[in-house]
Design a protein around this ligand. Structure first.
Ligand SMILES: NC(=O)c1ccc[n+]([C@@H]2O[C@H](COP(=O)([O-])OP(=O)(O)OC[C@H]3O[C@@H](n4cnc5c(N)ncnc54)[C@H](OP(=O)(O)O)[C@@H]3O)[C@@H](O)[C@H]2O)c1
Length: 345
């Protein structure tokens, strides 16, 4: 009798352990990218089992994932082009959570934006959402962008932007801001899908993401910062102030939004804004060799954003100075930048 009760207890405990383990099985799309790699690293460090989708698991550019702590036991890479529903569904099968991070991040000119940027972003998102519905995923956390918030001429001037602000799609089309359009369309689609189909979808709108890289390739926002350090101000010309977020804090935000049961809707994820002349001054103070541009354009006040909603559920972030310091140190160590702030060509 005693023996059979003991066996029953062991069976129940094993059942509970299996259930716990299954709750901690999550999928990350585009696992080899800048943001996703940090998220995978964080998830593995917390004991999650991660299904990472990449286009080609054997490609050298994904090799860093296999070197992450706990990856040999807890990381499984799936080959998945995101237009391929069956491949996505196979990667998501058995997962309780999905972090949809992959998206075409293209700011260069393209001959057919509809085909190269807009349609893929939407198609990937719909494929991921449909696969999530099939597998009874508990929550989807989708990485959108601050670009899905800020291009809103109807927002009252001088008022801090929050999650109620949506980028104006028509204005994006007029300005040919195809990436921004792809992000706002994908985010709206995901939130609408969630409401219609009873799928729990939470979205995150990060500002420009900086930080050390885990992957061997250089992603767009890192290249953007390298160009600023090179003295190129083209990318700053339309702004009076800038918003940044550290990639490690963004990974924390994504996990927080997965784990907090009462998280819902969209969340802006950014450090405090900084005026561009102050940003230049900060770089100059930190790196005396940095040659800041002598003249910066005078622009109308543009709206600043707040992450208050995210902070209310417990998110904390680094100061910009720490992010810059760690990022530049990484660039130097990786041979992307010399100590005298000259970029290695
Ligand atoms: N970095 C920022 O400043 C920033 C700011 C706001 C929002 N975001 C968002 O954050 C997410 C990650 O961006 P990131 O900065 O980490 O850029 P990234 O390193 O270029 O990551 C993009 C990922 O998407 C994948 N991808 C693109 N097209 C794909 C396709 N057809 N099939 C499968 N995978 C595909 C890429 O895979 P490949 O490597 O194989 O191309 C890559 O893994 C994106 O949704 C982006 O919009 C980034």
């Amino acid at each position: 009798m005693k023996e059979s009760m003991g066996r029953e207890r062991t069976r129940k405990r094993r059942g509970r352990e299996t259930e716990m383990a299954e709750k901690r099985r999550v999928c990350v799309t585009g696992a080899g990218g800048f943001v996703a790699s940090w998220l995978v690293k964080l998830l593995l460090s917390k004991g999650y089992f991660v299904h990472g989708t990449v286009r080609d698991p054997s490609n050298e550019k994904n090799a860093h994932l296999k070197k992450l702590e706990n990856s040999s036991e807890n990381l499984q890479l799936f080959s998945a082009e995101l237009h391929d529903f069956n491949a996505i569904a196979a990667a998501i099968a058995g997962c309780k959570g999905v972090f949809h991070v992959a998206s075409p991040v293209i700011f260069t000119e393209v001959s057919n934006p509809e085909v190269e940027i807009i349609r893929p972003a939407l198609e990937y998102t719909k494929n991921v959402l449909n696969a999530c519905s099939e597998t009874k995923v508990k929550r989807v956390v989708l990485v959108s962008s601050a670009d899905s918030v800020v291009i809103n001429p109807n927002w009252p001037k001088g008022t801090v932007m929050d999650e109620n602000s949506w980028t104006d799609e028509e204005l994006c089309r007029k300005n040919q801001s195809w990436y921004c359009l792809s992000k706002v369309l994908a985010e709206r689609t995901a939130l609408d899908y969630g409401q219609k189909h009873g799928l729990d979808v939470v979205t995150v709108c990060p500002s420009t993401v900086l930080g050390p890289l885990l992957q061997s390739t250089v992603n767009f926002s890192s290249l953007f910062f390298i160009n600023i350090l090179k003295g190129s101000i083209d990318s700053l010309l339309n702004h009076r102030s800038w918003h940044f977020v550290d990639v490690r804090d963004l990974a924390d935000a994504l996990l927080l939004l997965y784990e907090k049961p009462d998280a819902s809707g969209r969340y802006i994820c950014t450090q405090e804004p900084i005026r561009i002349p102050d940003f230049m001054e900060l770089l100059k103070n930190m790196y005396p060799y940095f040659e800041s541009p002598t003249s910066l354009p005078e622009l109308d006040e543009d709206s600043e954003m707040t992450s208050e909603k995210l902070k209310k559920i417990g998110w904390r972030c680094r100061e910009l100075k720490e992010t810059i310091s760690d990022t530049v140190k990484y660039y130097e160590e990786a041979g992307l930048l010399r100590m005298d702030m000259k970029i290695v060509e």
